[in-house]
Design a protein around this ligand. Structure first.
Ligand SMILES: [Cu+2]
Length: 146
């Protein structure tokens, strides 16, 4: 019986040290050093409460391949958050929803760089775009429309 109590105590202690909200908030971004819209997207995440670690890399393609981002969904930066892959200018609100709902997908992507998506603001122009989920087989589905 002693062991069960020890485990229960440990579980409670860990919950106190690492609240769930703090665990989910760190985003790791891989981008080229010259990418301006990538920086703007990072600012958008930070403004929405995420802490962001940015890595400037000469070639981001290997990061997309290693993270299973289908070639057709590629954008200018690749990020990781709490086990999920985030490709391109995905709004912070959709990332928060992803971390709350935790669907069985590899991650979210906004292919290309639609004008009006977070980090791609150009005055009043806002193009319509979809946020897609993708899985390990490369299967995609619409997660949100903007
Ligand atoms: Cu971009």
């Amino acid at each position: 019986m002693k062991n069960i109590f020890q485990h229960a105590f440990l579980a409670v202690a860990l919950c106190l040290v690492f609240p769930a909200s703090a665990l989910a908030a760190e985003v790791t971004v891989y981008k080229s050093p010259t990418c301006g819209c990538c920086k703007e997207w990072v600012k958008h995440l930070q403004a929405n409460g995420f802490s962001v670690a940015t890595h400037d890399v000469a070639d981001i393609m290997p990061y997309k391949t290693a993270n299973g981002v289908p070639a057709a969904l590629g954008s200018c930066h690749t990020a990781k958050v709490d086990g999920y892959v985030i490709e391109g200018h995905v709004p912070a609100s959709d990332i928060k929803r992803l971390l709350k709902e935790r669907p069985a997908v590899r991650g979210l992507a906004v292919p290309g760089m639609p004008v009006g998506s977070p980090g791609m603001e150009q005055g009043a122009r806002k193009d319509r775009y979809d946020v897609l989920t993708f899985d390990t087989q490369g299967k995609t589905a619409v997660y949100a429309r903007h």
